[in-house]
Design a protein around this ligand. Structure first.
Ligand code: FAD
Length: 533
């Protein structure tokens, strides 16, 4: 009797959404998969995320009679990425848009997820051609009991009220900016996982059910190469030993959020100006691994990367996104005391502060007592005491300027101009409040005459230096073809090496970013890579 064909093996590096999706689809194809996870918990940034998965022309839209099509989706992505059309790889864009609905369907049929449309949640740029007012954002809830022993080995998001659904929050008339434990009126069901945690949980269970081996605290540190072909990885294990795992390698290690050198190279940011709301295990390891084998990196300009603005908080991972700058009674200035952009919208702040030669860093959020009394700041409830190491206060804007190292006289002049304009419900200088999605979901619906505008004129005044916080979406990443095959700088494939999710450069959308693109690519590239193994 002769031996049957040897079982094909694959090593997936990273147990976030892309890694788990790849593992599920590869196991479905009879491949023996081992997933290495650097952290002591599975889930990656995906588990911390909002769980918004942007899939145009998806099967739920069709079932619910929501009109959408791939041509409109392409028009939308190209319009949002119009600043650098040359950075969109036409084939990769077409492949992502076409395959994302198939991937969404595939993983639902595989039992990894039961999708729901986030109701009435619009594309970010409603004025862009091809945008849709609802239908493209998928998300999912999951019953935590199905995780069994893995329930304690899955990251749970500290950033969203896991257990509560978008439908409940938005249906109750709460604005998106109110996401947080305080936004749910009654405690959510204990066993229901939602947001990114809910999406990832089902993929984790589906992988385990297929016999995928998931090794926590296993860090891939080196690729094994044989004549230019990648044949496996070397991993560091909890007992300090090194272990070699054989097979084709899929890099699903996400962004470079917590690596000082890569963040400096790709974002131009010094450690004092940046942080991340993603797990601290995101250190760009995939980029280093790919480079070992001759893989190239595609860079996307720093000021188009969807970095957000935030501030340090206690606990893991140590930073929080600031949503409060979109609310009334606040604006953002640089050291000169002057505003410089539509400061209700985070990407407008980032575009200006991270553009080459920008002098807008550091920048500061400034607000007055009405903002304090009505909205609070992250874990600080309305009217509560702000952490003094983060927030400065003063009885006048001039004094506040001195405390923050800002030109106080100019700050007063800025506030006077701003207050004059917002009294009439507009911001002719910078167009604050003109993004209709932000008006609806990040403003205060009770504020008249405009949900994002209110004067900053009542003492005491408050201010804090904003930190640029990454979210596991670096855009810059490993060069791949439309199917996730890693490429050299010359465009030739690195045999045996693939990349999925945020580790792979976002060449399918270039500088365009809309919430949900990253998780959409994670499941799509996961499926496409598995089909190549
Ligand atoms: C607060 C927040 C909200 C977000 N909301 C959304 C949203 O709603 N929609 C959206 O599309 N995106 C969102 N994002 C971004 C999104 O979560 C990430 O871009 C996405 O998770 C990337 O998926 P991934 O599978 O590639 O990586 P991840 O989910 O980050 O997983 C990567 C995994 O690789 C592991 N790893 C790293 N290096 C190694 C190594 N050397 N060896 C072994 N393992 C390693 C990491 O520990 C991690 O577990 C959000 C992010 C955050 C932080």
């Amino acid at each position: 009797m002769t031996d049957g064909p040897a079982t094909r093996t694959a090593v997936v590096v990273g147990a976030g959404l892309a890694g788990l999706a790849t593992a599920v689809a590869a196991a479905d194809r009879g491949i023996a998969v081992t997933v290495l996870e650097k952290g002591d918990l599975a889930g990656g940034a995906a588990s911390f995320s909002g769980g918004q998965v942007w899939v145009a022309a998806n099967h739920l839209e069709a079932a619910q009679g929501i009109q959408d099509d791939l041509r409109a989706a392409e028009e939308y992505v190209r319009a949002v990425g119009a600043s650098h059309p040359e950075l969109i790889d036409d084939d990769a864009l077409a492949r992502w848009l076409t395959e994302a609905p198939r991937a969404a369907r595939y993983f639902e049929d595989a039992g990894a997820v039961t999708w729901e449309i986030i109701p009435d949640y619009p594309d970010y740029y409603q004025d862009a051609p091809g945008s849709r007012a609802t239908g493209r954002y998928l998300t999912a809830a999951y019953d935590a009991r199905r995780l069994g022993a893995w329930r304690d080995r899955l990251r749970v998001s500290p950033h969203f009220p896991v257990g509560t659904t978008y439908a409940e929050i938005l249906g109750a008339g709460l604005r998106a900016s109110a996401f947080g434990a305080s936004s749910s009126s009654s405690p959510p069901p204990e066993d229901r996982l939602t947001f990114g945690t809910g999406v990832v949980a089902g993929f984790l269970v589906a992988a385990l059910e297929r016999g995928v081996e998931i090794l926590l605290e296993h860090t891939a540190i080196e690729l094994c190469l044989d004549g230019g072909r990648v044949t496996g990885v070397v991993a560091e294990t909890p007992d300090g030993a090194r272990r070699i795992l054989d097979g084709a390698v899929v890099i699903a290690t996400s962004g470079y959020d917590w690596d000082d050198d890569l963040a400096h190279d790709f974002l131009g940011l010094k450690p004092a100006d940046r942080g991340s709301v993603a797990p601290r295990t995101l250190t760009g390891d995939g980029i280093r691994l790919a480079r070992q084998a001759g893989g190239a990196v595609v860079e996307i300009p720093a000021n188009r990367v969807p970095v957000q603005v935030g501030y340090p908080v206690g606990g893991y991972p140590g930073f929080q996104v600031a949503r409060e700058h979109s609310l009334p009674h606040t604006f953002v200035v640089d050291r000169t005391g002057k505003r410089f952009c539509d400061d209700a919208v985070y990407w407008e702040i980032v575009k200006k502060t991270l553009e080459p030669g920008s002098e807008h860093l550091p920048c500061f959020m400034i607000w007055d007592t009405r903002h304090h009394q009505r909205y609070g700041l992250g874990p600080t409830p309305p009217g509560g005491t702000y952490p003094p190491e983060v927030v400065s206060s003063a009885s006048s804007l001039r004094e506040l300027g001195t405390a923050l190292g800002i030109d106080g006289g100019e700050l007063e002049a800025t506030a006077a101009r701003f207050n004059d304009h917002v009294a009439h419900g507009s911001d002719p200088e910078f167009g604050r409040g003109t993004n209709t999605t932000w008006q609806r979901f990040q403003g205060d619906p009770t504020q008249q005459p405009h949900p994002n505008l209110g004067p900053v004129d009542q003492p005491p005044f408050f201010g804090m230096r904003l930190t640029m916080v990454s979210t596991g979406i670096g855009l810059t990443g490993i060069a791949v073809d439309p199917d996730g095959q890693v490429l050299t700088a010359g465009g030739t494939p690195v045999a045996g090496l693939h990349a999925a999710g945020a580790a792979a450069a976002f060449t399918s959308s270039g500088t365009a970013y809309n919430s949900g693109f990253s998780l959409s690519r994670a499941i799509t590239l996961g499926l496409l890579v598995a089909e190549q193994l």
